[in-house]
Design a protein around this ligand. Structure first.
Ligand code: HEC
Length: 114
C-alpha cells in the first residue's frame, strides 16, 4: 500500500489543529509508523487496513476524520486501553508505550488514507 506523503502531511496539519504537539516533533512516514506499531505490539491486534481483533487503523482514521479532539483522546486511550467503541472486545492498556510514542502513533493513524 502506498501513501501520498504530501497529502498525509496536510491531513496531519489539519488533525492537529493546534499546539497539541510541539511543532518540532517530526511526523512519521508510513514505514516509520508501521515499524513503531510493530515494535509496540499493536499489530498483534490491528492491521493497517482490515479489522483483526481491533479495528483497522484506516477505519479509525475515517471515524475520527475532522474531529480535532480525537488526537488528545486517542493518544491517551492507547496507553489506558478502551472499550465499547468498536465491538465487544476491549483493548487492554498499552503501558509499554510512552506518551511521546502514543502521540506519534496517533499522529500516524489519523493521517492514514482509506
Ligand atoms: C490485545 C489486542 C490489542 C492490542 C495489543 C492493541 N489494540 Fe488497539 N484495539 C483493540 C480492540 C479490541 C479495540 C476496540 C476497542 C473498542 O471497541 O472500543 C482497539 C481500538 C483501538 C483504537 C480505536 C479506539 C477508539 O476508541 O476508537 C486505536 C486508535 C487503537 N486501538 C490503537 C492501538 C495501538 C496504537 C496499539 C499499540 C500500542 C494497540 N491499539 C494495541 C485491541 C488491541
Amino acid at each position: 500500500m502506498r501513501l501520498a506523503i504530501k497529502a498525509a502531511a496536510g491531513a496531519l496539519a489539519m488533525c492537529l489543529g493546534g499546539p497539541v504537539v510541539a511543532s518540532t516533533e517530526p511526523a512519521l512516514t508510513f514505514e516509520q509508523g508501521q515499524a513503531l506499531a510493530k515494535k509496540m505490539a499493536c499489530l498483534g491486534c490491528h492491521q493497517v487496513k482490515a479489522k483483526r481483533v481491533g479495528p483497522g487503523f484506516t477505519q479509525v482514521a475515517q471515524r475520527y476524520a475532522g474531529q480535532p479532539e480525537a488526537f488528545e483522546y486517542l493518544s491517551q486511550m492507547i496507553r489506558q486501553g478502551g472499550r465499547g467503541k468498536w465491538g465487544a472486545i476491549p483493548m487492554p492498556a498499552q503501558t509499554q508505550v510512552s506518551e511521546q510514542q502514543a502521540k506519534a502513533l496517533t499522529h500516524w493513524i489519523l493521517a492514514l488514507e482509506p
